[in-house]
Every structure is written in C-alpha cells, then in structure tokens.
Design a binder for this molecule. Sequence first.
Ligand SMILES: [Zn+2]
Length: 190
Amino acid sequence: MSRRRKLGRTCSACGTGIFDLSKTGKCQPCFLREYNSSEENIRLRGERLKEILRTDKEAYARKCETLARNRKKAHDNPFFIAKLRNWGRELKAKAMECPETEAKRIAGVVAANKRRRHAWLPAEHREQYFKMIRHGKFKAREAKRIILDQIAADVRRASHTTDASDTMSAAKDAVLGSSRLLQALQEAAR
Ligand SMILES: [Zn+2]
C-alpha cells in the first residue's frame, strides 16, 4: 500500500483517519466546511470558474449541458414548479401591498382599456359619447352607432359642400343624422 493510501494521520478538526499525504490536514467534509465558510474563498472560486468557462470551450459546453439538464429536471418536478409559482405569487403580493404600485397598476389598466375600447372615438366626440352612456342612458353599442352615423354624415356633408349640386343631399344627411340622434335621445328618456 502506497503512503498516499495509508490512513496514518487524523483530521485536525474531527479526528477521522486521513491519508498520510493530505495537504490540508483535514478530512474532506471538514476542509470543505471551512473553505465554504469564507466569502473570500467563494468569490475566488467563482472567479476561477468564470475564467475557465471564458477560455475553455469544452468546459463551457459541458457546463451548458449540465445547466440545461438541471433545468429540465427542475421543470419536470411538480414540487419545484409549485414552489416557483408560489415565489411569483409572493413577489406579486408584495408589490400589491404598496398602495402606490396598486394605484398605478389600476390607472394603467384603465387607460389601456380606454385606449383600446375607444380607439374609434375621435377626440371631438368624446364628451358627447360619455354623456350618452353615462348612467346607462344609452348602451355603449348604441351610442357608438349613433356617433359613427353622425361622423359619416359629417364626412358626406364636408365633401358635398364643395359641390353646389349636392347641397340638398348634404342637408338631408344633416337632418337625418340629427333626427336619428333626437330619436335615440327620446327613446332613452322614456
Ligand atoms: Zn474532519
């Protein structure tokens, strides 16, 4: 048996038998425990590892493989996935606890909804539209139809005013548009 294999010495920390040629004078668990208790050691090890991954392409590929394998293993594990979801929920709840964040979030959602829902609504008709749907006087769908009709009539009228022969039909459109609006308003008042 070589000198290296002989357990003639004992670990200075726990007394377990160690190899005669041990450089640290400690068994492996005791040595690792001591090594890992130093932040400086951990930082140095991290830097050495980064340097290896930067310069050694094979080592880098092996590391990528290991990480991908571990990731897949973790994602196949329902327990881990549940834990991940929980972390997400906790983070969200923490953000919600802050009233400012919550108010900002709600304002953002409201603004986005308005933008999306009222993309068709020109600024000059906004006031009229919201007046119409306020207190359920009109259903939003009806108010939208009425305003779109009105806009169409306005467009026709605008294009016809340049042509004197169409003045009559422009007037008709205008009357039709406003009578429809009047009718709708009367229906709503009933
Ligand atoms: Zn030991």
